[in-house]
Design a protein around this ligand. Structure first.
Ligand code: AMP
Length: 543
């Protein structure tokens, strides 16, 4: 027997219409290339999204067409998010920090018909444009004059594109399984792979992300997503904020700039923010240097790579900001787990609480997880057995765009994340490593993430990365690469001694190399692949 409920479709249009009706007054504040602080309201955003959709209709957009963006977090990008998706098109966000060859591959693979480009990326695109034959027009995300002399063929400014379009529109009735956005994985090997999100997946993900033990966003929050809008829907924060009517603050091109972020937090009374750990390192560095404060900020959500305890402690003890760990991936829209206190939290000792807090948290309802051994046998949830982490759920990709199922898609319907993890009796997941980064020493596995977190706790260490370097006896041994804090004099002996008693003796790195900087990926994570390449001629002393 079927239930007797209305079959309303779960679409981003429903989110937009809800926000327009009930939260039209809520503010959106953005830093853009042309305005230091642009300010308007949700109702203005959706009126302009409608004008954009009308403009795309005029340009002959057909359902499913891809609208590419190379853009920072700001209000125009948000208008493309909603305007394209609710028109039945696909908002294809492209990471501008990728290499030219990768952008070239991605745009051609997706067959983007239009590219909406922040003025900051014009030089990159001028060099690339002849290799992008599917792109009919470049739209410069700026005022009328921004396209003049920009050097891109058939360029028009965003403001000119929508200038004469009406605000009234009848949005198409979309099936909830219609594609709405597309993001390519950064892919450490092979070509990038496209993850094509559906309206239904993102609406369900948004519900999941908003829940109290997940991001817990209410209309009283002021949310600043520093996680880029070009990477996995900015963790769905723009949609979540629209559902509840929270004020949004977009840092535009100032995403890695501690000073600009502190200023925005203070001037806009930001209460909640989300970003990868390197961003928080920059903010903390600026706060330490200047003595400035972030009094309104209550919580930050950290994900994308492991967050060292030192960052969490510095934020909490010096600034009263609660840091919550989250884990996910492009293929998961992205949220898998988030770390929130459990019902029995107050009965736990401080040490027990820290042990849990350093894990990535418990799965959000909608994400099922398991860990398996190399033969596929399920491992116990004892917090110690570690194996390959698999996931399934309605916001996890079932196949890649125009590729089909990848190696990670198993016959049994589970998706292999490529992460190695433990799960404890409470359901807290701890990411031990990427399978590719785990250090295989004498047949045993060593977690590079645990070693990095330990090194980061030393007061003289600004950033640390651990890779497996080849060793004649053990196959691989851990090599610690460290960027010292300015003025710090910590040496090899002191650092290695610092590990004693904190990790198993045989895990302690065999050597330390001090470097000026560490390589990062286009999404701000440590790039172990590039570091291994840099250190390929390294030999341990005496080997
Ligand atoms: P991406 O698809 O580029 O977002 O990368 C996803 C990968 O980032 C995951 O499979 C993990 O390896 C890593 N990752 C994400 N969040 C965390 C976290 N909190 N701790 C450790 N690794 C993480």
């Amino acid at each position: 027997m079927l239930g007797l409920m209305m079959n309303s479709q779960l679409t981003l249009t429903a989110i937009m219409e809800h926000a327009r009706k009930f939260h039209g007054d809520a503010q959106i504040v953005s830093v853009t290339a042309d305005e230091p602080l642009h300010r308007y309201r949700y109702r203005d955003c959706f009126a302009r999204a409608a004008r954009l959709a009308n403009a795309l209709r005029r340009l002959g957009a057909r359902p499913g067409d891809r609208v590419g963006t190379l853009a920072w977090n700001d209000y125009r990008h948000l208008e493309v998010y909603f305007g394209a998706a609710c028109e039945g098109l696909v908002c294809h966000t492209i990471n501008p920090r990728l290499f030219a060859e990768q952008i070239d591959f991605i745009v051609n693979h997706a067959e983007d018909r239009w590219l909406f480009v922040d003025p900051a990326f014009l030089p990159q695109l001028r060099a690339l444009q002849e290799r992008l034959p599917t792109v009919e027009r470049f739209v410069i995300l700026g005022p009328a004059a921004s396209a003049e002399g920009c050097g891109l063929r058939d360029a028009i400014s965003y403001e000119s594109l929508i200038a004469d379009e009406p605000e009234s529109i009848i949005w198409p009735d979309l099936d909830e399984n219609t594609a709405c956005s597309l993001c390519y994985t950064s892919g450490t090997t092979g070509n990038p792979k496209g993850v094509l999100y559906s309206h239904r997946a993102l609406v369900l993900h948004t519900y999941g992300a908003l829940m109290p033990d997940t991001m817990n966003i209410s209309c009283r929050e002021v949310v600043m997503p520093v996680v880029p809008m070009f990477h996995v829907n900015a963790w769905s924060i723009p949609y979540g904020a629209a559902v509840v009517g929270a004020k949004l603050v977009f840092p535009g091109p100032r995403m890695g700039d501690g000073e600009a972020l502190q200023r925005l937090i203070e001037s806009e009374s930001v209460t909640l923010s989300a970003a990868v750990p390197t961003v928080w390192l920059a903010v903390l560095g600026y706060l330490e240097k200047t003595g400035k404060r972030v009094p309104s900020l209550k919580r930050v959500i950290v994900g994308g790579s492991a967050c060292p305890r030192s960052i969490m402690e510095a934020f909490e003890q010096r600034h009263g900001v609660h840091v919550q760990h989250a884990w996910g991936m492009t293929e998961m829209s992205p949220m898998g787990t988030l770390n929130s206190p459990t019902a029995d939290w107050d009965t736990l000792s401080a040490d027990e609480q820290w042990t849990l807090r350093l894990k990535v948290g418990r799965p959000v309802f909608g994400v099922d997880v398991k860990i398996v051994d190399p033969e596929g046998g399920e491992l116990p949830w004892d917090g110690e057995s570690f194996g390959s982490l698999k996931v399934r759920g309605p916001w996890i990709c079932s196949e890649y765009f125009r590729i089909g199922k990848g190696d990670a898609h198993a016959e049994d319907g589970w998706f292999e994340t490529g992460d190695v993890a433990t799960i404890d009796a409470r359901g807290f997941v701890a990411i031990t490593d990427r399978i590719k980064d785990v250090i295989k020493s004498g047949g045993e596995w060593i977690s590079s993430i645990d070693l990095e977190n330990t090194a980061m706790a030393h007061s003289g260490v600004a950033e640390a990365a651990v890779i497996g370097a080849s060793h004649p006896k053990w196959a691989e041994r851990p090599l610690l690469c460290v960027v010292r804090k300015p003025g710090a004099t910590v040496d090899r002996g002191e650092l290695l001694a610092f590990f004693e008693g904190k990790v198993a003796k045989w895990w302690i790195p065999d050597d330390v190399v001090f470097v000026d900087d560490l390589p990062h990926t286009a999404t701000g994570k440590l790039s172990k692949k590039d570091l291994r390449e840099r250190m390929k001629d390294y030999r341990f002393p005496g080997t």
